[in-house]
Design a protein around this ligand. Structure first.
Ligand SMILES: Nc1ncnc2c1ncn2[C@@H]1O[C@H](COP(=O)(O)OP(=O)(O)O)[C@@H](O)[C@H]1O
Ligand SMILES: [Mg+2]
Length: 503
């Protein structure tokens, strides 16, 4: 785990711990307060008293019903002692039923289990449920034994109320006993929840910080690689955040470094080739004059009679002079390349360059077309607005000239009887000025697009391969770039890009 990740996780842990710790503490306190107010001894005692009172009421009811039963018994016994007539008994029982509200029925049963009399209170339509007790008495007075069954009832709701009150008191006393442990349970649940929250927060924090640190370490690794000279590194830019900004800036920096390294390498290479060209020109140039003089001397001082030999001598002298002339031309080009000055930049307009090229076109056509009335059409265009760049007009003209000569040569060979076209145009686009030279010649094979800019690369019998090398050197010294691809009309397209001046 990196130091950054540890710091992030520590911060998350601290924040969560403080927040949750504080709330646990507060919640526990609040719970205790609630208990202290709602669950206390006095409330409990009052509830118990209420239950006791209800119970007393019920006992009183039961005692009452016993007394009623006894009273009924006595009245019936007294009547039996007086007379056993059925009608008298019935009317007594009916009267008793009227007198004692709680009595539901009275029955007289004799020895042989025969019911002698039975009165039943008609059901009360709004009375609700009743709990009934039967008081069974025997009496020995009078003739034979008799049983009296008095059914006495108490409304069921009294019992229900007692039960409810008992339950409430029960719950209350349980709450009172558990007061301390309940708040502990809440604290536990809260603690477990807090632990889970911390765990989740840590996981999320770990994932986020791991992603951030991985990208930062990737950047650090890439920077080390760049430091070690590897300029091919490029980091992926996915998310939209500050690190992506940094990564983009880093990639741009590596690209710029790569560009300027290629530039420097090419210029160094050109410098070496210039040294080589200087030595070569020097070594070749010196013996040329003696060779030419010797050939002249030989042909002029021959005094023999052999005509054939005389002729051969003249032929040899012509060949030697021709080759020496070619060599002189090459030497001239080599030393011109060797002496190529550095570009001296000053503010200028690309359209002026186009105009100066326009003036030199007839001479170039004459030169490249070897005097023939070259059937090559050269078209030059420029924007109406000036295209302001910093340039060395002489050097850049020389560069464009080299490209133009190649193009004219190529289309002249491809269309010797006419139809060859070369287009030169200057324009500006996206902060850069461009000069584009394209033709309808045979074009260049894509695999040679890099090599044509190398010094001494040529496909021509009398070529030096220096033209495009000079172009590239000049353009690089302008802080620009020269590119090659295929023209829409099928030939080669060279494109010089120069940075526009800030207006
Ligand atoms: N417009 C063009 N069309 C076809 N080939 C071209 C064109 N321009 C340059 N080349 C190729 O690039 C080579 C290098 O050109 P350059 O450096 O000017 O040297 P040289 O003209 O002396 O051969 C040429 O020999 C030719 O093969
Ligand atoms: Mg050339």
């Amino acid at each position: 785990m990196s130091r950054f990740e540890r710091k992030i996780l520590f911060a998350i842990g601290l924040a969560v711990f403080l927040a949750l710790g504080g709330s646990i503490f507060l919640a526990q306190g609040a719970l205790r307060d609630v208990y202290a107010v709602g669950v206390n001894e006095r409330f409990g005692a009052e509830l118990v008293h209420g239950v006791e009172a209800r119970r007393g009421q019920l006992i009183a009811l039961r005692v009452g019903s016993d007394q009623v039963a006894d009273a009924v018994l006595w009245a019936v016994e007294a009547q039996l002692a007086r007379s056993r007539s059925d009608t008298a008994l019935d009317s007594l029982l009916t009267e008793l039923l009227d007198r004692y509200e709680g009595v539901q029925s009275i029955r007289l049963i004799d020895d042989a289990d025969e019911v002698l009399a039975n009165v039943v209170r008609p059901p009360d339509p709004v009375g609700g449920a009743l709990r009934t007790t039967i008081r069974d008495r025997e009496t020995g007075r009078g003739a034979g034994k008799l049983r009296i069954a008095v059914e006495v009832s108490v409304p069921e709701r009294y019992f229900e109320r007692l039960q409810e009150a008992g339950e409430v008191a029960d719950v209350y006393s349980r709450l009172q006993q558990q007061g301390a442990s309940v708040s502990d349970v809440y604290a536990w649940v809260f603690g477990v929840l807090a632990f889970l929250v911390i765990l989740v927060a840590f996981l999320i924090g770990a994932i986020v910080s791991r992603r951030v640190t991985r990208r930062v370490t990737d950047l650090a690794d890439a920077s080390r690689k760049v430091g070690a000279g590897d300029l091919t590194v490029a980091l992926p830019t996915g998310a939209r955040d500050e690190i992506t900004e940094l990564t983009k800036a880093f990639n741009q920096m590596v690209r710029d470094l790569r560009d300027s390294r290629t530039r420097i390498e090419y210029l160094q290479r050109i410098g070496a080739w210039q040294d080589f060209a200087r030595r070569l020109a020097h070594e070749i140039k010196n013996p040329l004059t003696p060779i030419q003089l010797a050939a002249q001397e030989m042909s002029e001082t021959y005094a023999g009679e052999d005509e054939d030999y005389q002729k051969k001598l003249l032929q040899a002298r012509a060949i030697i002079e021709e080759e020496v002339a070619t060599l002189r031309r090459l030497v001239g080009e080599f030393s011109a390349f060797a002496k190529l000055p550095r570009a001296d930049l000053s503010p200028s307009d690309l359209c002026e360059l186009i105009e100066s090229i326009r003036i030199s076109i007839p001479a170039v056509l004459e030169d490249v077309g070897h005097g023939a009335a070259a059937p090559v059409e050269v078209q030059l265009t420029c924007a109406t607005e000036p295209i302001r760049v910093r340039m060395d007009p002489m050097m850049l003209k020389r560069g464009v000239d080299n490209i133009l000569r190649n193009a004219i040569q190529a289309v002249y060979e491809a269309h010797p009887t006419g139809g060859g076209r070369v287009l030169v145009r200057a324009y500006q686009s996206q902060g850069s000025g461009f000069v584009e030279i394209r033709d309808n010649g045979p074009g260049i094979d894509e695999k040679n697009w890099e090599r044509v800019f190398d010094p001494y690369y040529t496909t021509k019998a009398e070529g030096t391969g220096l033209g495009l090398a000079i172009v590239k050197k000049v353009v690089l010294e302008h802080g620009g770039e020269v590119r090659l691809d295929r023209a829409p009309e099928g030939g080669a397209r060279f494109s010089i890009e120069l940075p526009l001046m800030e207006s």
